[in-house]
Design a protein around this ligand. Structure first.
Ligand code: OSB
Ligand code: MG
Length: 369
């Protein structure tokens, strides 16, 4: 398929609840949507970076720059007929995994639609429902946190993740565990601790957590190996895994027991598949992380989570947990009876992007070709 036209839409949507992590608070979610046209078919992708360089070094501005000035010129008018044709086009570009993933995702959607298959089928997915949970930001008070957890447990979420920091650690975790002794509970530190905090983190061993996510530096793998040796609780890496090579290093060094897979963070679906297979061979489970994506990115996450080694519940929640109205239909809803979400069965990502809503939320636009 010859790539005829590429469009970028930089959008902003208010979040239903502000999302606070150890690195800051987000009230609106911005995203760069990538729209690619060929032979009358349209593929959609989403770049998942934040507004500023907090979660990762990429920002909306760097994403736009790398897409407009490098990735799009490399791709325009090229022939893409299988997923294997994608990586060679962008070979010269280093870094910027989330910018790259946005275009890569749109090409996968295009190829799946051309083959009239769901994206999950192209990826090798085996499940028609995936287990999910909810990620709850830092709250002003412990009572407020218990309220939020209660709402989500009531709504049917069987796995709860709470954000932690040195100032928001033992008390909130203990309170949630005491109130909900049976819920599958985990904590995400977003790199808020250092190895010197090991005794503090060891106190979490008392609360039967599924895992503790990304306790140490975003660029650090080796110290996570040191920490894991001192903890009973499994360490899960998120920010530290930027590539297939990072995942290999984590496995070799035993720098944790679980990987949070965000395909955008590792440069797209092809790298996510490589890590999936590598981790499966090493008997290391994955789960699918989230970046407060719109319906496009959420759909892609669900298709990916249908692969066999995604054996733990993902940070994939119902659309109503994030947005008043999403840019794609239908909205995603939780299957209450088993805390799952169904994998879309239509061609490609399997959701319909509503252009009028994209236009309404749009701050910046580019059309090439
Ligand atoms: O660390 O997993 C994270 C959201 C934005 C940036 C980083 C993270 C998150 C989440 C939310 O935890 C997951 C979601 O519901 O999309
Ligand atoms: Mg995380």
């Amino acid at each position: 398929m010859k790539i005829e036209q590429i469009e970028l839409h930089h959008i902003s949507m208010p979040l239903v609840h502000p999302f606070q992590t150890s690195f800051g608070i987000e009230r609106d979610r911005q995203a760069i949507l990538v729209e690619i046209k060929s032979e009358g078919i349209t593929g959609w992708g989403e770049c998942a970076m934040g507004l500023g360089p907090w979660y990762s070094s990429e920002t909306m501005a760097t994403g736009w720059h790398i897409l407009q000035d490098f990735l799009i010129p490399l791709l325009l008018h090229k022939e893409i007929n299988t997923p294997d044709d994608i990586a060679p086009v962008f070979k010269a570009v280093r870094g910027h995994p989330m910018a790259r993933a946005g275009v890569e995702n749109a090409l996968w959607d295009l190829l799946a639609k051309a083959a009239d298959k769901p994206l999950s089928a192209l990826l090798g997915g085996v499940k028609d429902r995936v287990e999910v949970g909810v990620s709850i930001g830092i709250q002003p008070t412990v009572e407020g946190l218990l309220d939020r957890v209660g709402q989500f447990v009531e709504a049917g979420y069987g796995r709860i993740k709470i954000k932690i920091s040195p100032e928001w650690l033992i008390e909130p975790v203990r309170a949630v565990r005491e109130q909900y002794p049976d819920v599958r509970l985990m904590a995400d530190a977003n790199s808020a601790f250092t190895l010197a905090d090991t005794p503090l983190l060891q106190q979490l061993d008392a609360f039967d957590l599924l895992m503790i996510e990304q306790p140490l530096g975003y660029d650090d793998i080796a110290n996570h190996a040191r920490l894991q040796r001192e903890l009973e609780t499994a360490v899960c890496l998120d920010e530290s895994i930027h590539s297939v090579a990072d995942a290999q290093a984590m496995i070799d060094l035993e720098a944790g027991r679980i990987i949070n897979m965000k395909q955008g963070r590792v440069g797209g679906l092809a790298n996510a598949l490589a890590i999936h297979d590598m981790a499966q061979k090493a008997a290391m489970p994955l789960w699918c992380g989230g970046m407060l994506e719109t319906g496009i990115g959420r759909a892609i996450n669900i298709h990916l989570a249908s692969l066999p080694n995604f054996t733990l519940p993902g940070d994939i929640s119902g659309t109503d947990r994030y947005y008043y109205q999403d840019i794609a239909d239908p909205p995603f809803a939780l299957n209450r009876e088993d805390s799952t979400m169904s994998v879309p069965t239509g061609a490609g990502i399997g959701v319909e992007v509503k252009l009028d809503r994209v236009t309404k939320a749009r701050m910046r636009y580019l059309k090439v070709g």
